[in-house]
Design a protein around this ligand. Structure first.
Ligand SMILES: C[S@@+](CC[C@H](N)C(=O)[O-])C[C@H]1O[C@@H](n2cnc3c(N)ncnc32)[C@H](O)[C@@H]1O
Length: 309
C-alpha cells in the first residue's frame, strides 16, 4: 500500500509541464550551440513547449533536424520543411528512443523527476550533449556531482518557478528547478564575495572533515584559501573558473571516501550534522599548497591528519 501511494506521488510529480516562456528564457542563451545540430526532445509528447520552441526557431537556430517523442508513443520528426508523425515505444529507455537519442546531437527536455537519475546516466554514458531541467537537489546525487565537479555539466542561466499541471493550474515550485547542461554558458555572471575570515563570524570546522563550514553562500570568505563547506544552493553563485569543487559531504563523501566514518555524518559540528555541504576551494594552485588545516579528533574516531591537497 505504502509503495503504491509513494509511486502515485512520484509519478504525479512527473506531470509538471514546462511553460513556453521558461523555455524561451533559457534557450535564448544557447543559440550558437544549435547550428547544424539534430535536437531530440525525448520526454515531449505533442504540444510540449520544447517542441513548439524548436519548430518555431528551427531556421533561426540553423537546426539540421528535430525529433520529439513522449511516453504516449508519438514520434514527431521535422526537417524544417516537412513534419511526419509515427509511433514508437516512447519510454526514453526503450531501444526505439535510445536509437534516436544516439543519432541526435543534443537532448533538450524536462524529464520525469522520478527518473532523473537514470535519464542523466543514460546521457552521460552516451556522451550526449544536453540541456535538461531537474530538481536542484540532484546536484548531490552520485552520478551528477562528479560530472559537475569535472566541468562536464554545469547549471544554466535561469530557474523556472511555475509549471503547468494536467488540470490546467500552475504549480508554484519556486526555487526547486535548475537547468543542467553540457553546453557552454558564456557570459553568465556571478556575485563577488566580500565576507572575510577575520570579520568576526565563527567559521567552525567540521568534526571529521578538514574544512570550515559556511551556512550561507553570502558568508563565503574571500580571503580563505583552504577548504570550505558550503550549501548546495551556492552552486548557482560560484564561478567555477575561480573556485574548485573538491567534494560533496553528507553521511559520506561523494568523491574521497578516506574521511567516511561509520555512525557519523561528515557534516557534524560538535556532533550535530548540517545538511549536505559542497566542499570548495579558491582556485589558486600556489596557495593550495600553503594551506594548513586545523585538525580535530573526536573520541573513537580516526584522527585526521593535516593534509596537503
Ligand atoms: C516533468 S514532465 C515534462 C514534460 C515535457 N517535457 C515538458 O517539459 O513539458 C515529464 C514527462 O515525462 C513523462 N514520462 C514519464 N516516464 C517517462 C519515460 N520513461 N519516458 C519518457 N517520458 C516519460 C511523464 O509522463 C511526463 O509527461
Amino acid at each position: 500500500m505504502h509503495d503504491h501511494l509513494s509511486n502515485a506521488k512520484r509519478t504525479k510529480n512527473d506531470e509538471y509541464y514546462t511553460r513556453r516562456s521558461d523555455v524561451d528564457a533559457e534557450l535564448t542563451h544557447y543559440t550558437s550551440s544549435f547550428e547544424g545540430k539534430v535536437v531530440y526532445c525525448n520526454c515531449d509528447d505533442e504540444g510540449s513547449a520544447f517542441m513548439g520552441y524548436f519548430v518555431d526557431n528551427f531556421h533561426a537556430l540553423g537546426l539540421q533536424g528535430l525529433f520529439c517523442s513522449g511516453i504516449a508513443g508519438g514520434l514527431f520528426e521535422y526537417d524544417g520543411d516537412k513534419a511526419t508523425v509515427s509511433k514508437i515505444d516512447g519510454d526514453f529507455r526503450s531501444s526505439d528512443s535510445t536509437a534516436i537519442m544516439q543519432q541526435s546531437n543534443i537532448v533538450v527536455t524536462n524529464p520525469p523527476y522520478s527518473l532523473f537519475r537514470p535519464f542523466f546516466t543514460q546521457l552521460l554514458e552516451n556522451e550526449k550533449d544536453f540541456l535538461i531541467l531537474g530538481n536542484k537537489n540532484a546536484v548531490s546525487c552520485q552520478v551528477v556531482f562528479p560530472a559537475i565537479k569535472d566541468g562536464v555539466v554545469r547549471l544554466g542561466y535561469t530557474a523556472p518557478d511555475y509549471f503547468q499541471t494536467p488540470s490546467g493550474t500552475l504549480a508554484n515550485l519556486t526555487g526547486l528547478s535548475r537547468w543542467f547542461t553540457t553546453l557552454p554558458t558564456p557570459g553568465k555572471t556571478y556575485p563577488t564575495f566580500t565576507a572575510t575570515i577575520s570579520d568576526g563570524r565563527d567559521y567552525q570546522q567540521f568534526d571529521l572533515y578538514p574544512a570550515l563550514n559556511t551556512d550561507r553562500t553570502s558568508e563565503i570568505p574571500c580571503d580563505y584559501d583552504g577548504l570550505l563547506g558550503v550549501p548546495i544552493s551556492a552552486l548557482d553563485k560560484l564561478d567555477l573558473g575561480k573556485f574548485e569543487l573538491v567534494d560533496l559531504i553528507a553521511r559520506y563523501a561523494v568523491i574521497d571516501h578516506s574521511y567516511d566514518t561509520p555512525c557519523h555524518q561528515l557534516t557534524e559540528i560538535n556532533g550535530k550534522p548540517r545538511y549536505s555541504r559542497m566542499i570548495i576551494r579558491k582556485l589558486n594552485p600556489q596557495k593550495w599548497k600553503e594551506a594548513a588545516y586545523r585538525v580535530k579528533t573526536i573520541e573513537s574516531q580516526k584522527s585526521i591528519e593535516t593534509r596537503e591537497f
